[in-house]
Write a protein that binds this ligand. Structure first.
Ligand SMILES: [Zn+2]
Length: 71
């Protein structure tokens, strides 16, 4: 019974990882849908927005670096 649980758990984790990878791929290869008419948001749509400390990419934490826009 424990063995069956471990097998099912591994399958569930594998499926979630695959779904997350699919969503990451879609995010990296698509344009965002703008939700406001903010000039900053419109400008960010046209250039790469980076977070040099990688806190956002790694932990999901927004910091001051997320506002840096490189041309
Ligand atoms: Zn930062």
């Amino acid at each position: 019974m424990l063995n069956e649980f471990v097998i099912q758990y591994d399958k569930a984790v594998t499926a979630r990882r695959a779904a997350e990878e699919d969503e990451d791929f879609k995010t990296m290869n698509s344009k965002p849908i703008l939700s406001s008419v903010s000039l900053i948001e419109a400008k960010a749509d046209k250039i790469d927005v980076t977070c040099s400390c990688a806190k956002f990419e790694t932990y999901g934490i927004l910091c001051k670096h997320i506002l840096y826009m490189s041309p």
